[in-house]
Ligand binder design. Sequence first.
Ligand code: HEM
Length: 515
Amino acid sequence: MSALGNLVIIFLSFLGLCFLWTFIKVVHKLWWRPTRMQKLMRSRGIKGPSYRFIHGNTKEILYMKNKAMEKPMSLSHNILPTVQPHIASWVKIYGKNYLQWYGTEAQLVVTEPEMIKEIFNNIHGAFPKFELHPLIKKIIGDGIINSEGEKWTKYRKLSNHAFHGESLKGLSPAMITSVENMLERWKSYEGKEIEVYEEFRLFTSDVILRTAFENNYQKGKNIFETLVRLIVLASDNIYKLRFPGISEFFKTNSQIELDMLDSQVGNNIIEVIKERERKVITGKEDNFGSDFLGLLLKAHHNAADNERISIKTVVGECKTFYSAGQETTNSLLAWVVLLLAIHKDWQEELRNEVLNLFGKQNPNPDNFAKLKKMGMVFNETLRLYPPAISLKRKVEREVRVGKYILPANLNLFLSALPVHHDSKIWGEDVHEFKPERFSQGVVGATNNNPAAFFPFGMGPRNCVGSNFAIVESKIALCMILQRYSFTLSPTYVHMPYHLVTTRPMYGIQVILEPL
Ligand code: HEM
């Protein structure tokens, strides 16, 4: 055989080997690994819908979601079958903890409080958060939310300091200013219909802006407006799969815009930082400011190495503050108003409570502990319409939880909604709005079962901004109730759905009557 012939044979054999290798890898990823995991989990007592080639259960989930949303709901609070129809149906078939597939990724959906408690409270690092999608990292910043170990401890300490009682009191005048601005707008809606979800979006953004960038309001506004564009674009792109590596060389127009917006947000924050540093260096100011950014800057200039944070972290934490704190509080306030518009007796009770405590004066957070009924209404709203419904973790190494042994690298979905809507925990009236369940606090309402109610998560990674959200929401609701009564508009269409948070698909329309 000629040399050329040999070369062709070698080349074809090489090509054949490459093809075989790729084929084996694909079969391993798309069939062997999921099938093996499914078998293993079944042998350990965890069942679930069968894995389907490539798609897992995503097509079924999407189908069920679309079907559930074909027509609006009646005005019922039984929202699980609409918001997470797959979970509602699969827990009935496979049990409270079952395995589902997001493509080739195995996800253990956990809705049993005992197991949830064990996972959240584990302090040995057995259940870290799982690696975030790079686009999500662009939105929420590479900071407290997705860090672990010492890095997380440092960020958490900083955030705890920013949101503890005394710091929060200092932030309340900024929150009051934001409510005043919102209520100024509301004057043109008196006697008319107003859509409150969008109103609270503007309000919660303004609060974060004032509390994060108090001294640089306009620049902060530009930063957050760019961040919102970044969030919208990233959400649009998150399910567009690309070959790994290719996106480094060939970027689509939206990827180019994403990178541009990301660096614009970063550069603008750095500009504000430099401006503040200049003022301190030249003696114009004697500190970096008492808002959230000021606090981060103090940490950036900390003399102790282990306390100091980098500029990249400062930028990341500003993003986190916005992404974690805006939509969640937006959702809480909107559902509170819906429930009070339907249950006018509770609206009246809360108004009396507020007027007895503050009259027509601006609310004072020092007295917020006395707003007992309002606290009960917030809890009942967070139970029926929790803004954050699925919290994610992964199994770091093989570990026993309850009666199960879970393999390493399994992803966990700890689902609040099915737990909050479980009649075995809450009774036959589980879907009714009954704030009185919380008259003896959360402990009384849950029969001392902390994992039965976790709107703010649980354990060491619980929400660091929960007090911030509650103070902000109480200030807003007090000031609204002092000025207006509201009823549900006949145009309201009940369609809760899940997109990052639990939202009303068509907004929440109420008729606003000045008192
Ligand atoms: C009603 C409003 C809110 C709800 C329902 C809510 C809910 C939650 C939940 C469920 C978690 C735990 C996530 C997990 O375990 O994976 C969490 C964590 C977090 N939340 Fe909130 N949140 C709210 C408001 C806020 C606000 C206003 C801020 C900031 C100003 C904030 C900042 C954070 C941060 C930084 C974390 C991560 C904590 C850590 O990993 O150590 N949240 N939130």
